[in-house]
Design a protein around this ligand. Sequence first.
Ligand SMILES: CC(=O)N[C@H]1[C@@H](OP(=O)(O)OP(=O)(O)OC[C@H]2O[C@@H](n3ccc(=O)[nH]c3=O)[C@H](O)[C@@H]2O)O[C@H](CO)[C@@H](O)[C@@H]1O
Ligand SMILES: C=C(OP(=O)(O)O)C(=O)O
Length: 440
Amino acid sequence: MNLPTHNQTPSLLKISGESKLQGNVTISGAKNSALAIMAGTLLCSGQCRLRNIPSLVDINHMGDVLASVGPKLHREKDILDLDTQEITTSKPPYELVSRLRASFFVIGPLLARLGVARVPLPGGCAIGARPVDLHVRGLEAMGAKVRIEHGIVHADIPGYKNRLQGGEIYLDYPSVGATETILMAATLAEGETKIENAAREPEVVDLANFCNAMGANVQGAGTNTITISGVKSLHSVDYSIIPDRIEAGTFLVAGAITHSEISLSPVIPEHLIPVIAKLRAMGVKILMEEPNCLRVIPGSLQGTDIETLPYPGFPTDMQAQLMALLAISEGDSVITETVFENRLRHVAELKRMGADIRLKGQQAIIRGVSMLTGAPVVATDLRASAALVVAGLAAKGTTTIQGLHHLDRGYDNLEGKLRQLGANLERVTVDEADLPLPIM
Ligand SMILES: CC(=O)N[C@H]1[C@@H](OP(=O)(O)OP(=O)(O)OC[C@H]2O[C@@H](n3ccc(=O)[nH]c3=O)[C@H](O)[C@@H]2O)O[C@H](CO)[C@@H](O)[C@@H]1O
Ligand SMILES: C=C(OP(=O)(O)O)C(=O)O
């Protein structure tokens, strides 16, 4: 596929602060929908056309994972065509799977389609250990035999029928990935599958709509209980991915933190309700200009408390960006991260920029300061990198951000879009020897 890959030349993002932004920004397709739906194309033996695919390194890596098991992929701008007629192996290689968490999502479709899947564990990552026990238990409840050996998850459907059987699954936690794995596997199972305490995220709904567009029968996505009546096969499809609510939320914060009025489209405002509610509580005005367009109008910023939760709670993927905003809001705020055990590493970096933040377990206690100051900082994960970018736009002086491979994983042309709004930032390549040692 003709997509950006991880740039091997070390580079830094240099941001001149105290930016004023104005204009409209186009929001790309949702990374987390696109990744799950790409895995879902393995369920059908035919041609799939996916529209509104964002240009991201993660999408490129997911494309490599799919191609490694047989499908042919072709990308033209934001349209991705997949020919999934032939699946030649049930074993995507570790070198490809280990690049991104979402690659594990191929396990459900491979198992449902081939009766066998051998998928390496995706591993932990910067934000937490991220086990896959709930995915595995869901597949077992549908009759799969699963064992983990030498870092590879071996899943088989025993018996002569070679079809998973419908089952009842209660998820101990409404995991997005586990809900998606079970949902996909159940579309081709024999009989009915019920997922209780299912994740309700918009990306789960998008995946269910995609599966239904291929002829599946998935009901209740977006609620706690999803029911899937299995069908024998799924057909070709032409499907458009929803807009990325996290990218949209990041731009809302970019407007608020720089005291700038900008508008964003296309968006589905309903998907942003928890983020908009917190921004409004902080004094930011958000107007709906048209059904799919939001306008952010800055106000004087007040602190507030935030707890990350599964949807429709406040998204963990917006926690770091809101922390940057709270760092320059009046008064004290507390952020409690409940979803991932290690997703507060940006605190140390924001402190380099003058933020007053104390960590207490999974809580960050933020005392608002009047101004951040530019500094050299390191992006520790994807959303941490976005938080440092928006902080850098507001700060006095120059911020340089290292670790841009995190940013490239999940933001489609963030720098270009910000530059178009008037921000002053550029990527500069550097000699490895000149880079500060990364923080482990
Ligand atoms: C590609 C993708 O869609 N990524 C999103 C997805 O990740 P992902 O699907 O990995 O997130 P989950 O909802 O599964 O994880 C939430 C919590 O459940 C735990 N857990 C999960 C599965 C499991 O089998 N066992 C287990 O203990 C995780 O370690 C984590 O602490 O949802 C997260 C929560 O909204 C988002 O932050 C990610 O951006
Ligand atoms: C954590 C994220 O993604 P992933 O699950 O792909 O690591 C994210 O999008 O913020």
